[in-house]
Ligand binder design. Sequence first.
Ligand code: THU
Length: 160
Amino acid sequence: MRTINTGTSAVVFSDVSELPSSVQQLMNKAVEARKKAYAPYSKFCVGVAVLLANNQVILGNNQESAAYPSGMCAERVAIWKASSEHPGVVVKQLVITASSQHNKVSKPVGPCGACRQTLSEYEINQKEPIEVYFMGEVGEVVRTDSLLSLLPFSFDSSYL
Ligand code: THU
């Protein structure tokens, strides 16, 4: 028998004002993206800002569909937009904010499992960790140092 350290670690900031100013700026952009989400069914809006190594910032938000499963999360919209416009450029940071028209979201909203899996592929390919920050509309912000922290034991191409 042996144990494996999955490397999970997270830092919690009490609110955005505690973040480094560059990350606050990214969060502001994620908020702007969130406000443009197309979420008429869930009324749950998610905005993402992705910082690339070439200093480009790519934004994304969730896009829903009347055929519900055909919608897409903000994280995948953003990472695919980044990869399609800037293929192979290293992703440094990914910042997420979420709000609801039903209630004030004050708990940090992490990416869903499918988004973690998708994002992890880019982290593995670039051989450099992606820092992920996530929050609700207000309140605490969580920082994880990598996708590996968010999704230990992820599936990858080495199994194929
Ligand atoms: N959503 C995201 O955009 N990201 C997540 O990680 C969780 C969920 C979206 C999908 C859907 O449009 C709405 O939030 C409610 O699930």
